[in-house]
Ligand binder design. Structure first.
Ligand SMILES: Cc1ncc(COP(=O)(O)O)c(C=O)c1O
Length: 487
């Protein structure tokens, strides 16, 4: 009985405290003229700081509301067809990930289980990419960009070692990296940051991926490696990595300094093993030494997580891994970054555990089907040339068949679609095809056939509108940066 009284008294005290706090909050709101945060009536001073900190604190719900409101005009991620990045995760995954925001993945001695999950993900990816046993070495990264930096650095260090032992004066020339001109900007960054020549093989209308007829003519004793792209950013097309491997094999038979392949599978690496397991582009090929992918693309995790794997530990130069004596234990780190939340690793492991091989196959096959359906419907207009119809990767890419004759451009079509919330980017293709303006739609796992129907409905409304209201031929308006719309 006494215990019950004590508990009741404690409860009373707590309620009193709560009442005091609410009163304090009320006083604060009154004092700062924040009368009705729900209706967003705030005193001027409580505007969000633009240049320097505001003097006063504000209550958490007001801060929440102010920032939430400021974000209103940003696009709706689910309707953003410009991004490869994951825009939906299951509530359980979100809950789990949010429970690990506070865990720093780099503190491996404090969080050994996090390190264990990361290495399980590496093992799983190694197997998916045709690795043998647990030979592959690798790490998680913030995304493919960091992974590509690491892949590039490993190639550079290995090239230097090999070139020196072949008697090449490594200071006499600048090391180079061979890649198609349709590379993603991270490779340009890699080359600028680490003083490597970016040697690009131009794409053309006939050959929109790495040109197998010419690629080897770009390779010499100073080549640190060749990058094959599985999922060219602009069009979603795949480089023929199997053919490239054959060419490299032939080259290496006579070369003073052997070369190798890194596969930038930012988008394809998490989808092809399920949708086209027979396609050889990975560690099954002799000269593919390393592969990167973005866990936050078709790895189905929110941004940012990426992965880089080397086929065998031998391809990961010792120079790239550092031993740090940190927080009471020796830790090995290969990444460029140090501290980072463990949530994304948890998210990646959740995806692997939750869906398994069958689930991932089902999800990706479904996404492909939706992409193919959209491409088929867009083709029916007869005014678009389809560059990618979603048959290999769920990307729909097209251009206007005859932009000079069309009375409107893809820019205008993007604008009309944006009015319904759809973000479909218009952009020019890379070097050598700059004159070609395309649309690229990235279809993701959360894009249902019903959403596809909504998109196609709005697409039709937009095209009909443009046909009816544009009077002047759009000749020339597809050139870089040109915009124009005649109502
Ligand atoms: C081929 C390719 N490589 C690298 C990247 C960079 O990936 P992340 O955004 O994960 O850094 C991208 C992004 O779209 C890409 O398409």
């Amino acid at each position: 009985m006494r215990k019950k009284d004590e508990l009741l008294q404690k409860k009373g005290e707590l309620l009193q405290k709560k009442g005091d706090l609410l009163q304090k909050k009320d006083e604060f709101l009154k004092e700062h003229n924040i009368v009705t945060p729900g209706l967003a009536i705030f005193k001027e001073e409580a505007h969000t700081p633009k240049q320097k900190l505001n003097k006063h604190s504000i209550p958490s719900d007001v801060a929440y509301r102010l920032i939430r409101d400021e974000m209103l005009n940003d696009g709706n991620a689910r309707q953003n067809l410009a991004t490869f990045c994951q825009t939906y995760m299951e509530p359980e995954a979100e809950k789990l990930m949010s429970e690990f925001f506070s865990v720093n993945a780099i503190d491996k001695s404090e969080y050994p289980q996090m390190a264990e999950l990361e290495s399980r993900c590496v093992n799983i990816l190694g197997k998916l990419w045709g690795g043998k046993g647990n030979d592959a070495a690798g790490t998680s990264t913030v995304g493919s960009s960091e992974a590509c930096m690491l892949g590039g650095l490993a190639m550079k260090f290995r090239w230097e070692e090999q070139a020196k032992s072949a008697g090449i004066d490594v200071r006499a020339g600048k090391p180079n990296l061979v890649i198609s001109s349709a590379y993603q900007v991270c490779w340009e960054k890699f080359c600028v940051y680490w003083d490597v020549e970016l040697r690009t093989v131009p794409v053309s209308a006939e050959n929109m991926t790495l040109n197998m007829d010419t690629v080897m003519s770009y390779v010499d004793d100073y080549t640190i490696g060749i990058v094959g792209i599985m999922g060219v950013t602009y069009t979603g097309k795949f480089d023929d990595v199997e053919k490239l491997d054959e060419l490299v094999e032939k080259y290496n038979k006579k070369a003073k300094v052997k070369t190798c392949i890194h596969v930038d599978a930012a988008s394809g690496g998490m989808i092809v093993p399920f949708t086209d397991p027979g396609l050889k582009w990975d560690f099954r090929l002799k000269n593919v030494h390393s592969i990167n992918t973005s866990g936050h693309k078709y790895g189905l995790v929110y941004p940012g997580v990426g992965w880089i794997l080397w086929k065998e530990k031998a391809y990961l130069p010792k120079k790239l891994t550092f031993e740090v004596n940190y927080l009471g234990g020796a830790e090995h780190t290969t990444a460029l970054n140090f501290s980072r939340s463990g949530s994304q690793i948890i998210g990646q492991y959740y995806v692997f555990l939750r869906y398994g091989a069958e689930g991932l196959k089902l999800i990706h096959q479904h996404t492909l089907k939706v992409a193919q359906y959209i491409a088929k419907e867009i083709k029916k207009y007869g005014i678009f040339d389809i560059y990618n119809d979603g048959s290999e990767i769920p990307i729909v890419c097209y251009k206007l068949k005859d932009p000079e004759k069309q009375h409107w451009t893809l820019y205008e079509l993007s604008d009309r679609l944006a009015m319904r919330g759809w973000q479909v980017p218009s952009y020019n293709l890379p070097e050598n095809m700059e004159d070609v303006l395309v649309h690229r739609m990235v279809i993701r796992a959360d894009f249902s056939a019903t959403l596809a129907d909504s998109l196609l409905h709005d697409f039709k409304v937009a095209v009909d509108y443009l046909d009816a209201h544009t009077k002047v031929a759009a000749a020339g308006k597809n050139k870089i940066g040109a915009q124009g719309f005649t109502h």
